[in-house]
Ligand binder design. Sequence first.
Ligand code: FES
Length: 104
Amino acid sequence: MTVFKKHIFVCENIRPAESARPSCGLQNSTVLRSELKRILAEKGLSKSYRVNSAGCLDQCEHGPMLVIYPQEIWYCRVRPEDAAEIVEKTILQDELIDHLVYKK
Ligand code: FES
């Protein structure tokens, strides 16, 4: 069985319209997850790095959110256009992207 080098969880939670809290899934996080998967597949890295849909990560006001394990890197307000930079810098070179880092 393959053990992934990194695991990216992208929140795709969608709440009912009347909810007081925002939903990552209504802010393009599904497109973001698809884009991360597409780029990793294009580079032949899908067996080493896994991208999964996640439920609410309870940081909804800062979404779209994602978290990368085992490094425990939390990124906030992530857009699909950030996917390539995340793969190149954070996934492949272990560099943080400062403007995406979620400061708890
Ligand atoms: S809805 Fe994404 S963190 Fe809660």
